[in-house]
Design a binder for this molecule. Sequence first.
Ligand SMILES: Nc1nc2c(ncn2[C@@H]2O[C@H](COP(=O)(O)OP(=O)(O)OP(=O)(O)O)[C@@H](O)[C@H]2O)c(=O)[nH]1
Ligand SMILES: [Mg+2]
Length: 411
Amino acid sequence: GQQQKKQKKESAPETEKSSQKIPRKPVPAPEAGKSPHSILPREKPQEKHISSSLPVPSPQSLTQKPQKKEAAEKSAMHAPEPAPALSPASKEILEKKESRVQDESEEEKEITSLPPQQARKPSFFSKLKETFGKKEQVKAPEKAPESAPEPTPPASSEHDSEIPRGFFGSISDRISKKVLSEKQFEELFWELEVVMLENNVALEVIEKIKEDLARELVGKPLLRSKLEETVAATLKHSVESLFEVGEPLDLLARAAEKKPLVICFVGINGSGKTTTIAKLCHMFQKHHMSCVIAAGDTFRAAAIDQLQVHAQKLGVRLIKHDYGSDPAAVAFDAIAYAKANNKDVVLIDTAGRQHSNRNLMDELKKVKRVNNPDLIIFVGESITGNDCVEQAREFDAAVGINGIILTKADV
Ligand SMILES: Nc1nc2c(ncn2[C@@H]2O[C@H](COP(=O)(O)OP(=O)(O)OP(=O)(O)O)[C@@H](O)[C@H]2O)c(=O)[nH]1
Ligand SMILES: [Mg+2]
């Protein structure tokens, strides 16, 4: 990992913007055949195509702490990044959780007399395993478990394997293990739910994951050894199915249909628009399609220079005006250039903007009005969580988006 990072820095040091205070992580040029992002569909009446590959976040990523939004912070000049707001429902749950955590930790102090850090609750999964472990000890003579165990199938194989049980006995031991009750599941899931809420995962997503996990785990005889596999597979499937919201947008097919295909990229500050343009340009080139890039971010210092570096490396023409000029005019010139020079694709960069900034959203509307792009793609950070959904909604309301690209899934 370290080495890779070093290589990345060496390979594309120029991609960093000179104006930024916090150094950015440069992203290497994409490799052939690898789609750098997830392109997610938006259900639009006029656009029904969507992407080829959908790299799905690993289940662990749901429980990761949010990364620093350094990229968003660095270009706050355009508009300040508001603190991510939790929905009232999320807040309520978190408050509930806080009081519950207090109660629990007091109880735990009494029981365990461990220092507070050590007495902290284990994760959903370790608790789940623990539950299964505990149940196997139900027969242990001295201690009864703190929470009353749910009815379980009588025999617990792994420990009793010395007793000859015959073929059917051992088969049934192997198959019918512990049964998790709904109540136990609710209690266990609570931990995971809170972690997800704290990481700004949408309530609908949490509900879906809960529903799917419950379906797989509750009331079914489960082998302790298969738990991890079952949970991981269910989480993966849940997350995957959340992405199934329409037809994939096939950019290559679109570019083959219309010439030039004009794509405009929008999103908040630092979400990865410019980098994505470079990656997609590379992808089109790999498929023998020529591109021209429009430096439509005339606002942020060094934005044009950043694109210039990408354009040079990719060997494509960058259409640019001066800083402070009208982005709609830059896009217009790029389209004219593409038409005159038989280019396949026009990639329009735009300045990052907060969806709440009406003036900047009006500017974007003008880019659309003047140039009528074939596709408007919202670029969002996959690590942003719930806020990203809100951003996409706002951009959709303002200019109508045809697809979503999620960046930084590698972070
Ligand atoms: N790890 C990682 N970093 C990325 C990815 N995409 C973009 N970045 C980094 O995120 C930072 C911002 O990327 P840009 O492409 O400049 O984002 P932008 O949306 O054009 O930013 P503004 O024009 O300032 O709004 C840069 O440091 C990029 O190298 C990605 O997929 N993975
Ligand atoms: Mg940019």
